[in-house]
Write a protein that binds this ligand. Structure first.
Ligand SMILES: [Zn+2]
Length: 511
């Protein structure tokens, strides 16, 4: 294929976005500052999943809680591995942080499908490898927003090419060190899994789970850790028995441990443990999960009522975990940073499993609602003037498409039976009625949605990066989320990345 980086016919100007770009907007002393940052990730969530969940829950394409947020954009999700695979097709050099061509990572074009929220297009990255380009993973993408650096697939807050001294400072560490924020991670999958791990640990490989879980609970010691991976339920793969026993026996005295117990409602026990942690001025560690290590999300009904039943009450819902985390973190008057991840969306999309995806999307949406309600509560100093709530995804998984000719109504699910995966090598869910289809089981290199709630003086930190790497689009780079958050917190950081952007003198109409 011919490289696409030759100059188009219209006039171009080439803009070099240097290190000063990210740090150029310095918060004035009097400027509002985000003292509370809540980042909620739907792992593997694609825009089509949002529409499906909106239709199921409300009958509307834009029916989710975060669809009401005032800020709306998109995020490009490529990593160094994706860039280097695509570079030869563009005649470009391998990844060099001092000379990045963002079009090699994501040659962004309108996708033709209308976005759920705005009367405009969604976006796709042109796929030089063929119809579907394999995307980044949760480790490199979480590293991008946590540190402002691109890295290789599989790296946890660690530089590409795995140098010995490759550890990268994360936004959580920065906010704790510079601003005295309390920090927390909450996930429905094992707490040592990539998305939460990259906020509070550093490793050359996401597979080194014992080292990662040890660093989280013995070294970083976030004020809140809630997730799956209980060794008594899913084996000692996610954390060692020695570490579990240490925490169980009081460890260093810093954590209140609440864990999955037979017949005990986890939402209730987690709430009580959070109250105890506040009363005793301790940190909170909630350890749950089933045989696969995750929380087993709710199961949607197919009777038009749009109700869901809990798979088990022995795991918390994500909203319960989010409320417990916010209760503990908000004790800190300096502020807090909280990462919340619904990790089952990715797992469901890998299996092309629509029902599982809807259950996980509901769980995510309810967690977002809980976070909004927490900020809305009167009687404290946590308000939208000093809180930035971001909802996004780390990468697209599974390429689901709804058939609008067979539109599903509120509370309705497609008939679902076992079928061959698109790769025709393994088993996925299949849809004989044709209401929904999937064309992949893997991660894809596509932009994801971005939503934010907060005073416009805070959300402007996201808006400032729109289109700076991807001209004529509302797309940010995932590394720019790091700078948006640090700028919003009033501690702008220099970027080590230099992008060379080819920018047309005017954008095509409608973009
Ligand atoms: Zn995945």
């Amino acid at each position: 294929m011919k490289p696409r980086l030759t100059a188009p016919l219209f006039l171009l100007c080439v803009l070099v976005l240097t290190t000063t770009m990210a740090g150029s907007i310095h918060a004035k002393e009097s400027a509002p500052v985000a003292r509370h940052i809540i980042l909620i990730i739907g792992d593997g969530m694609q825009p089509e999943n949002e529409i499906a969940a909106g239709r199921y829950l409300t009958g509307r394409d834009d029916g989710l809680v975060f669809h009401t947020f005032p800020y709306r954009g998109f995020v490009a999700t490529w990593d160094v591995t994706v860039y280097n695979r695509q570079a030869p097709r563009y005649g470009a050099a391998p990844y060099n942080p001092s000379a990045i061509n963002p079009r090699v990572g994501c040659d962004a074009v309108p996708s033709g499908k209308t976005d759920a929220r705005r009367n405009g297009p969604r976006y796709a990255c042109r796929a030089p490898e063929g119809p579907k380009t394999h995307g980044a993973d949760s480790a490199s993408t979480a590293t991008a927003w946590a540190t402002g650096h691109k890295t290789d697939t599989g790296n946890i807050a660690w530089r590409p090419d795995d140098p010995e001294r490759g550890s990268l400072t994360t936004i959580a560490e920065l906010l704790r060190e510079r601003r005295g924020y309390a920090i927390g991670i909450v996930t429905t999958v094992p707490f040592s899994d990539a998305s939460p791990a990259a906020q509070v640990s550093h490793n050359k490989s996401r597979r080194n789970l014992h080292a990662i879980s040890g660093e989280i609970l013995r070294t970083s010691q976030p004020e809140v850790v809630i997730g799956g991976g209980h060794p008594a339920r899913s084996g000692a793969g996610h954390m060692s028995m020695a570490l579990y026993d240490e925490l169980k026996n009081g460890g260093r005295g810093s954590y209140v441990l609440v864990e999955r117990m037979d017949g005990v409602d986890a939402g209730k026990s987690l709430k009580e443990a959070a109250a105890l942690a506040v009363a005793q001025k301790k940190k909170l560690f909630g350890l749950f999960g089933g045989p696969e290590g995750h929380f087993e999300p709710p199961v949607p009904t197919d009777n038009g009522s749009a109700t869901l039943t809990r798979a088990t009450s022995e795991n918390p819902l994500l909203k319960d975990a989010t409320r417990a985390a916010l209760k503990v973190l908000s004790r800190n008057k300096n502020g807090f940073f909280l990462l919340v991840e619904q990790g089952d969306i990715d797992l469901a999309n890998h299996g092309n499993d629509y029902r599982w995806m809807i259950g996980a999307m509901w769980d995510l949406d309810e967690a977002v609602r809980a976070a909004v309600e927490f900020v809305d509560r009167p009687g404290d100093d946590i308000t939208w003037a000093n809180t930035l709530l971001i909802v996004t995804s780390d990468h697209v998984t599974g390429s689901m498409r709804l058939n609008d000719g067979k539109r599903l109504g509120k509370g309705r699910l497609p008939a679902q039976s076992p079928g061959l995966c698109p790769d025709r090598l393994s088993w996925c869910a299949g849809y004989p009625g044709g209401e929904v289809s999937y064309s992949a089981t893997s991660h894809l290199n596509e932009p994801v949605s971005l939503y934010a709630m907060g005073d416009s003086s805070l959300t402007r930190h996201l808006r400032q990066f729109e289109g700076s790497w991807y001209p004529c689009t509302p797309i940010l780079d995932n590394t720019q989320l790091f700078h948006a958050m640090s700028n919003a917190a009033g501690i702008p950081q220099h970027s080590a990345l230099k992008a060379i952007v080819t920018r047309p003198t005017s954008c095509p109409a409608g973009q």
